[in-house]
Ligand binder design. Structure first.
Ligand code: NDP
Ligand code: 8X3
Length: 251
């Protein structure tokens, strides 16, 4: 089976790897992101404008997002698979020390970005009675951790939104999956630590983290299953990662 996949945040990490995975299998791909040089490089790498269309916009800007989606050429406009992947964490400080601006950026990107894309593309999927929305949740949506505060909250929202949309879609053949990765080596931690790539690297060093290609493979797998199968949620960790005991600390 081939079709058209639209991946938000296709300029690095999971998004770029997923674009490669689908192109390798003959799909037409749309990727989005803010960094124009990265979008252009991906287009050149993956077969040119006939096969990979790029949309440059900031997903926190509702008008820019709607305009970009409305500009999709007919050859890419019927999206079969939407991967709501663009997202970020900013900081690991305790809630009482966090930046309100950074909290707003996480909410605008991880929550409002998912809502904007889903609301724009879902009607077409329902009309065609086929499609698949894959949301990038996180283990952070299931398990709280110190310094996770708003990031954890945004991913918990994505999980419950995925489930609720899935119930709205009952009676159609449109699928919804919330994918919940754990520790994965991408640009995620460099962004989270505000450009400190040494600090980001120390998180991954010796921990054999999941690689972007592994997540691309999981996304490919859930979309390639028979159309009768809906993977609702899927939590994926590196084998080196697990849970800690609940914390007790005298006050
Ligand atoms: P990366 O930082 O490598 O990629 C993030 C992508 O999101 C980039 O392509 C970036 O594009 C895009 N993006 C971020 N902000 C915006 C914005 N305002 N407008 C448009 N695009 C934006 O991280 P990952 O690949 O790791 O992350 C992808 C998703 O997976 C995120 O939702 C993240 O929360 C989630 N996740 C990551 C995990 C990890 O450990 N890495 C684990 C679990 C979930 P550009 O900068 O060009 O705009
Ligand atoms: C990213 C994984 O554990 O850093 O979603 O929150 S974690």
């Amino acid at each position: 089976m081939t079709g058209t996949v639209l991946i938000t945040g296709g300029t690095s990490g999971f998004g770029a790897a997923t674009a490669r995975r689908f192109r390798d299998n003959g799909w037409k791909v749309v990727i989005t992101g803010r960094r124009g040089d990265r979008l252009a490089a991906m287009q050149q790498e993956l077969g040119g404008p006939e096969y990979l269309h790029t949309l440059q916009f900031d997903i926190t800007d509702r008008q820019a997002t709607e305009q970009a989606l409305a500009s999709l050429p007919p050859a890419f406009a019927e999206v079969d698979v939407l991967v709501n992947n663009a997202g970020l964490a900013l900081g690991r400080e305790p809630a009482q020390e966090c930046s309100m601006d950074e909290w707003e950026t996480m909410v605008e990107t991880n929550i409002m970005g998912v809502l904007r894309l889903t609301r724009a593309l879902l009607p077409g999927m329902v009309e065609r009675n086929r499609g698949h929305v894959i949301n990038l949740g996180s283990v952070a949506g299931n398990w709280p951790y110190p310094g996770g505060n708003v990031y954890c909250g945004t991913k918990a929202f994505v999980q419950q939104f995925s489930r609720a949309v899935r119930s709205d879609l009952q009676g159609t053949r449109v699928r919804v999956t919330n994918l919940e990765p754990g520790l994965c080596e991408t640009e995620f931690s460099t962004v989270r630590f505000r450009g400190d790539s040494d600090k980001a690297a120390s998180l991954y060093e010796g921990n054999d983290p999941i690689q972007p290609e592994d997540i691309a493979e999981v996304i490919w797998w859930v979309t390639s299953l028979p159309a009768r199968v809906n993977v609702n949620t899927l939590e994926v960790m590196p084998v080196t990662q697990s849970w800690n005991p609940l914390a007790v600390k005298p006050v």
